[in-house]
Ligand binder design. Structure first.
Ligand code: ACO
Length: 272
């Protein structure tokens, strides 16, 4: 019997927290145990000084085969409504936590990604897939609608006709198609996946972390706002960020205007 701690693996290397769904023998499907553990791991890593970027991937051949049909649905439902609602809170809870995470996040989709997996996929700020990965809203194939936010995820990320086709047919698509549909940023051969994600993480590690958090939140928030609301929100969000980080942006201005050591249009300033 696997202990709770074993359902999620992680290590921190050179500023990057590599977090992995760790039930490869169950294709990393999400059980209540895994969901509970993931929240603990996110908690532990969020404000660590040695963590600048979090990457979420899966051990073995899967990223995540979605919710655990046995432990999350059948066994939980057998315990009644209270247990069902608790299991929902625990899974939605860590996905929500990840959506508004302090550090930038990258989904590194190494393999199968089904159904409930779209929750954490959407939670990550960026998503890079293996061309060989397979994505599917397989809910329809076993007789439910894509819940747990999955319908919202595809409608938010991909065009309506593709979202409808994807949800109604339950046909899986590969990483290349997922990139074409913009479900992920890009797809690369599996053999190059970790290198490409490391490269992107390094770009993020060079940026001002206060600005990164403000930026990622702003992108998610303004999507649902009118232009005027967004304009107002962004002024206030920047002013709030200034109070956390007075020196960063001043240094950014100084190195460009006085020192002429970089151009903000072409790269980031040097952080002290
Ligand atoms: N829930 C529970 N158990 C699962 C799940 C899941 N979502 N996915 C895989 N497993 C288990 C299998 O039952 C099997 O267990 P066993 O070894 O005890 O028999 C083990 O993981 C390995 O699975 P296989 O099917 O043998 O692996 P394979 O590599 O051949 O296929 C695939 C992988 C395609 C991902 C397949 O496992 C699959 O279709 N899984 C279900 C995907 C899915 O539809 N998920 C639910 C989405 S809907 C939602 O999340 C709300």
């Amino acid at each position: 019997m696997m202990s709770t701690a074993d359902t999620v693996a992680f290590d921190v290397v050179d500023g990057i927290a590599w977090v992995r769904f760790n039930r490869p023998e169950k294709r990393n499907c999400m059980s209540p145990t895994l969901n509970r553990r993931m929240m603990e791991v996110l908690d532990e890593l969020e404000f660590r000084e040695d963590v600048g970027v979090l990457v979420l991937s899966g051990e073995g051949t899967a990223w995540s085969a979605g919710m655990d049909l046995k432990e999350y649905f059948r066994e939980t439902e057998a315990k009644g409504l209270g247990a069902t609602r608790q299991a929902q809170r625990e899974s939605y809870g860590w996905w929500r936590r990840l959506r508004w995470y302090q550090k930038p996040t990258i989904a590194m989709v190494n393999g199968w990604c089904f159904g409930g997996g779209y929750g954490p996929l959407y939670s990550c700020d960026l998503a890079i897939a293996a061309e060989e990965a397979k994505f599917g809203l397989s809910e329809i194939n076993w007789g439910i609608l894509p819940g747990g936010g999955a319908t919202k995820v595809v409608v938010d990320l991909i065009p309506m006709r593709d979202a409808m086709y994807h949800a109604m047919t339950g046909e899986a698509i590969d990483g290349k198609k997922a990139a074409e549909w913009r479900l992920v940023n890009e797809a690369v051969p599996l053999a190059q996946l970790k290198d490409r994600v490391t490269e992107i993480a390094k770009v993020l590690l060079e940026k001002n972390p206060v600005a990164l958090k403000a930026t990622k939140d702003a992108v998610r928030r303004v999507k649902e706002m009118t232009y005027d609301n967004a304009e107002d929100f962004l002024v206030r969000a920047q002013e709030a960020a200034n109070s956390f980080d007075n020196n960063g942006r001043k240094e950014g201005i100084r190195q460009f205007i006085d020192e002429k050591s970089y151009k903000p249009g072409l790269g980031a300033y040097k952080r002290g």
